[in-house]
Design a binder for this molecule. Structure first.
Ligand code: SF4
Length: 303
């Protein structure tokens, strides 16, 4: 029996469902019931009526959101070490400091934050819906964190003043993409469309033909007539893009663009998580209650 077979058997016995983020290892994506971005997966978790256990193969803040939105289910994170460094960049103390400086300004937080931070915001957003959520607010100035590149992207798209908190928040993996690498790749693949994630730097975004979240990239690749794409996001997405579009070519814009935190969820750890029902994601209810409100408001503003 292969590990994948054992996982399939356990999944059935325990009435579990496996959700895997687009940045997961190929072999983990291949045993998952659903693959998607953090919000697509949280929605799937909410729609999942039958399963008693959700194995959320991703990083800490995503599994937390799934647990917050599904208080009646057991949510498991295969690797305890799978923590997003960007989410750690915005602490509650930092939020309180900015709240004092701007007491009447809306606070919007990227879903890439810990539940303790989400509990202090007015509404959450993802990279797929940040422009729509912030655009729909009746406010010209908004506090936004923790990703500075996404904050600047939203400012350009909405024309609103977006104050990034902290001033320097970033995703270490997306920072690896550089426009000079893209210029070289464009020369080698002149027919290719360049897609970049809004967590990339402004210079990198300027070098792209299309800017979007992972789910938006998947849609663009599917619907575009182009046959080749240079992709500036974590390398895991290319497995899905290639599987969904076997007739098209996908080239990673920088070969080393691997999120080590996402990759901690190996197939072995996924198997052990199901077998031993670990690591259960727990969010204290007073925090979960406030964070749930911010997440639900995001779904209301952008369903
Ligand atoms: S890719 Fe970036 S934002 Fe996503 S989990 Fe890794 S470090 Fe965090």
């Amino acid at each position: 029996m292969t590990l994948a077979d054992k996982i399939a058997k356990l999944k059935q016995e325990k009435n579990a469902v496996i959700l895997a983020h687009n940045y997961q290892r190929p072999e983990v994506q291949d045993v998952a019931d659903y693959i998607g971005d953090s919000i697509e997966l949280s929605r799937k978790a909410m729609e999942e009526k039958e399963a008693e256990i959700i194995v959320f193969s991703a990083v800490d803040f995503m599994a937390e959101s799934a647990a917050i939105l599904n208080p009646d289910k057991k949510v498991l994170l295969p690797s305890l070490g799978a923590r997003c460094p960007m989410a750690q960049m915005l602490t509650v103390d930092e939020i309180k400091r900015w709240r004092v400086l701007y007491p009447h300004v809306h606070l919007v937080l990227y879903v890439n934050t810990l539940a303790s931070a989400k509990a202090y915001c007015d509404v959450c957003c993802s990279s797929a819906n940040a422009v729509q959520v912030i655009g729909s607010l009746n406010a010209e100035t908004v506090l936004f964190g923790p990703d500075r590149n996404l904050a600047e992207y939203v400012q350009r798209e909405t024309g609103k003043t977006i104050i990034p908190i902290p001033e320097w928040g970033f995703c270490p993996t997306h920072l690896l993409f550089q426009p000079e690498d893209v210029h070289v790749l464009r020369a080698q693949h002149p027919e290719a469309v360049v897609m970049a994630h809004p967590e990339c730097t402004f210079e990198m975004q300027k070098a792209a033909d299309f800017i979007g979240s992972t789910s938006q990239m998947c849609r663009h690749a599917r619907e575009s007539d182009a046959k080749a794409f240079i992709v500036a996001t974590e390398e895991g997405l290319l497995h899905r893009l290639r599987k969904d579009n076997p007739e098209k070519r996908f080239i990673l814009a920088y070969e080393e663009a691997v999120c080590p935190n996402m990759k901690l969820n190996t197939l072995e750890r996924l198997y052990m998580a199901l077998k031993e029902e670990k690591h259960v994601v727990m969010v204290p209810e007073p925090i979960a209650k406030k964070a749930r409100k911010a997440l639900e408001r995001m779904f209301e503003l952008r369903s």
